[in-house]
Ligand binder design. Structure first.
Ligand SMILES: C[S@@+](CC[C@H](N)C(=O)[O-])C[C@H]1O[C@@H](n2cnc3c(N)ncnc32)[C@H](O)[C@@H]1O
Length: 422
């Protein structure tokens, strides 16, 4: 497992005064090498779900986390991890890890397993908020520029672009990397855009945070789920929950082809909760704006951010995120920053930050006021797009070690991904 506290931290990281709640999130979408039969395959095809449990374990152990519980339906598999969650759809994987885990180390095993199933990556999306304790992150998570450089090496056959959203002079930004071939994405006007909503919340209400201590919840994750009202956020979803010792909570929710996931770090001083849904949108019975309100009311954080990613016909995707301007504030919150970005591969994202409208919220001390992101020397923001700076040298021994540690013939693997040699 990765870091949990001041004394137990992952390899290459330094001790911190608290647990790093902000997750790193990697989503990779695949297609078959034989595009002609892809449509039939999409109807009834296990795809990535055929990856063996042993391969999944190997992949996760590279990042320094493990599976603690599982829940599946006929559309996809979900796993609660020691540090966050994993979702395996036939053509898509979502891995989310927190603490000092090294999520990018999962990529070689993932690409190798997918290649054995004749699948190749056609889109990679990596995102994360600004860390609470950036100096504790091991290589290559010490800066967004390092992360981008590693991602570019794995996905050279796709055109990677990196963006830092939010005001660069502020502590809280959203970092997003997307690699996709435009030619792979042809959406029909009838295709519903797909939404991914992510909320990151800090400074949780103390009484609410207390519910995620085992001693208070009689040791039961189920009790935490009901006492907090989490079970009512998406009432038709099936929930797989897990309570950590002595505190902390994670859950995955699954409903047809949509998922949700919540992770909670209740410790005072660095309390954090995240909420994510993928697959809910206008076509479902869930209205995302009302959902955002319910989630904010459930945790009552002092600060929260929303990232809404839409993928589909580009004009519709851009239009859809456009309608989510800064006025879409959860009740009791004021928006203090908004940005919007059209991304490669028919997608777009908006990012808003909010603070509680109560006047006394300015007195709340959060780690944001104590630490600053380590990125500035590595990443320069031009508008939104992150310029990939050259001072992250290829010959940096950390890069060499990163790849040497993977036990995979990476060059061979990347060539195969690029040219479809399977
Ligand atoms: C629920 S996990 C999920 C992380 C999630 N990204 C977050 O911060 O909300 C983090 C919480 O569980 C606690 N915890 C206890 N044992 C843990 C372990 N072995 N690994 C990770 N977290 C653990 C941490 O102290 C923290 O409160």
């Amino acid at each position: 497992m990765g870091a949990i506290s001041a004394s137990v931290v992952g390899e290459g990281s330094i001790p911190t005064p608290g647990f790093e709640g902000f997750e790193k999130r990697l989503e990779v979408e695949f297609s078959t090498f034989n595009a002609s039969n892809e449509h039939e395959l999409r109807q009834d095809y296990g795809g990535l779900r055929a990856i063996s449990r042993a391969e999944i374990d190997t992949m996760l152990s590279a990042a320094e986390c493990t599976i603690v519980s599982q829940l599946s339906n006929n559309k996809f598999d979900s796993y609660v991890l020691s540090e966050s969650s994993l979702f395996l759809y036939p053509f898509k994987i979502v891995i989310k890890t927190c603490g000092t885990t090294q999520i990018l180390k999962t990529i070689p095993q993932l690409l190798a397993s997918a290649s054995r199933l004749s699948l190749r990556a056609r889109r990679c999306k990596y995102s994360r908020g600004s860390f609470l304790f950036p100096h504790a992150q091991p290589f290559p998570h010490g800066s967004f520029a390092q992360e981008v450089k590693i991602l570019d090496k794995f996905f050279t056959h796709l055109c990677g672009k990196a963006f830092t959203m939010g005001d660069p002079s502020k502590y809280h930004n959203w970092h997003i990397y997307i690699a996709a071939n435009e030619s792979d994405y042809r959406f029909l006007p009838s295709d519903d855009p797909a939404y991914t909503l992510e909320m990151c919340m800090t400074g949780l209400d103390k009484q609410i945070a207390a519910k995620f201590y085992k001693a208070v919840a009689a040791g039961s994750a189920k009790e935490m789920t009901t006492a907090s009202g989490i079970n009512e956020l998406l009432p038709n979803s099936h929930i797989c929950d897990f309570a950590f010792d002595p505190c902390g909570y994670s859950m995955n929710g699954i409903e047809d082809n949509a998922h949700s996931t919540i992770h909670i770090t209740p410790e005072e001083g660095f309390s954090y909760a995240s909420f994510e849904t993928m697959g809910y949108g206008p076509g479902s019975r869930i209205e995302l704006r009302k959902l955002v309100d319910r989630v904010a009311a459930c945790f009552k954080p002092a600060f929260l951010s929303i990232s809404l990613y839409v993928c589909g016909d580009l004009s519709r995707a851009a239009e859809n995120v456009g309608s989510w301007d800064g006025s879409v504030s959860p009740s009791g919150y004021v928006c203090d920053g908004s940005s919007r970005q059209v991304l490669p591969g028919g997608s777009a994202v908006i990012y808003h930050t909010y603070r509680e409208s109560a006047e006394d919220c300015c007195n709340i001390i959060t780690p944001f006021s104590l630490f600053t992101e380590a990125d500035p020397c590595q990443v320069q923001s031009f508008g939104c797009e992150t310029k990939k700076v050259s001072n992250v040298a290829d010959e940096d021994p950390c890069f060499e070690r990163f790849f040497a540690d993977q036990h995979t013939d990476l060059c061979q693997l990347m060539k195969r991904c690029q040219f479809g040699l399977f």
